[in-house]
Write a protein that binds this ligand. Structure first.
Ligand SMILES: [Zn+2]
Length: 223
C-alpha cells in the first residue's frame, strides 16, 4: 500500500501559488484552483518569418502571470520552475499534431555573465521541469556566443527590428550530434517578438534539427 503524505507536506510547508502567492494544496495541482480557472491560455503562434515551426505558450503574458515570471527571474524564485514546468508540459500535451514521443527538450541558454548574476538559468530549470513532467530527455544544445542586451529592455518605434538584430549570431550549436535529426522542444520563459527563439531555431535547423517547437510559460500575441 502506498501512503500519501501530501496532506502532511501541505500542513508543514504550505506551498504558495506562483501566480497569486496564496497557499494551496499540492495534491495533483501546480497552481491554486482560482488561478487554474482564471489564467488565460495563449493561442498557438505560427510566425511566418520565424525559424521555429510553431510557438506555444501556457499563458498570455499579462497580470499575475507577468508578475510571477518577474519574481521567478529577478526575485530568486527558482522554486516556481516546478509549477511552471508542469504548465508548459500540459500545454504541449494539449497541442494538436505534435509528436512528443521521442522529442528532446532543450532551452535558450543564459549568458555566462547573467548566469553568474542570477545564480540559475531560468529557461534551463523550466526545461528540466517540463521534461520531467513529459518523461522526455532534456539535453543542452546551444551556447550563447556573445552577450546581448536584454531583449525586454528594447522597445519603441522599431523595437522588433532592433530585437532581431540584437540576437543575430548570438547563439551557436554546442552539441551537433544531439541536434541532427532531432525533434526539439525549445524552452524559454517568455516569448514576445519571437526574435530570440527564432534565432535559436535557425542555428538548430542549420545543424539538421528535424523540427523545432518553441514552448514557453508565457507569451504575448503574434507580432
Ligand atoms: Zn493562485
Amino acid at each position: 500500500m502506498r501512503i500519501d503524505f501530501t496532506f502532511l507536506l501541505d500542513l508543514l510547508f504550505p506551498e504558495k501559488c506562483p501566480y497569486c502567492v496564496k497557499p494551496f494544496s499540492r495534491r495533483g495541482e501546480y497552481r491554486c484552483a482560482k488561478c487554474a480557472d482564471g489564467l488565460v491560455a495563449a493561442p498557438t503562434r505560427r510566425d511566418a518569418e520565424a525559424f521555429y515551426d510553431r510557438a506555444v505558450s501556457a499563458f498570455v503574458y499579462v497580470d499575475s502571470v507577468r508578475d510571477a515570471v518577474i519574481r521567478y527571474k529577478f526575485s530568486g524564485h527558482a522554486d516556481y520552475a516546478r509549477s511552471f514546468g508542469r504548465a508548459v508540459a500540459e500545454r504541449l500535451r494539449g497541442e494538436d499534431a505534435v509528436d512528443l514521443a521521442d522529442a528532446v527538450v532543450t532551452w535558450v541558454p543564459l549568458s555566462r555573465k547573467r548566469l553568474k548574476e542570477r545564480g540559475y538559468d531560468q529557461a534551463e530549470l523550466l526545461a528540466r521541469a517540463a521534461a520531467k513532467s513529459l518523461k522526455l530527455q532534456v539535453l543542452p544544445t546551444l551556447r550563447r556566443v556573445r552577450n546581448t542586451a536584454a531583449n525586454s529592455s528594447i522597445s519603441g518605434g522599431d523595437g522588433a527590428k532592433l530585437r532581431r538584430e540584437n540576437v543575430e549570431n548570438a547563439f551557436e550549436v554546442a552539441y551537433p550530434a544531439t541536434v541532427r535529426g532531432a525533434k526539439l522542444l525549445l524552452i524559454d520563459d517568455v516569448i514576445t517578438t519571437g526574435a530570440t527563439l527564432s534565432q535559436c531555431a535557425r542555428v538548430l535547423k542549420m545543424s539538421g534539427a528535424e523540427t523545432v517547437i518553441a514552448a514557453t510559460l508565457a507569451g504575448t500575441g503574434n507580432r
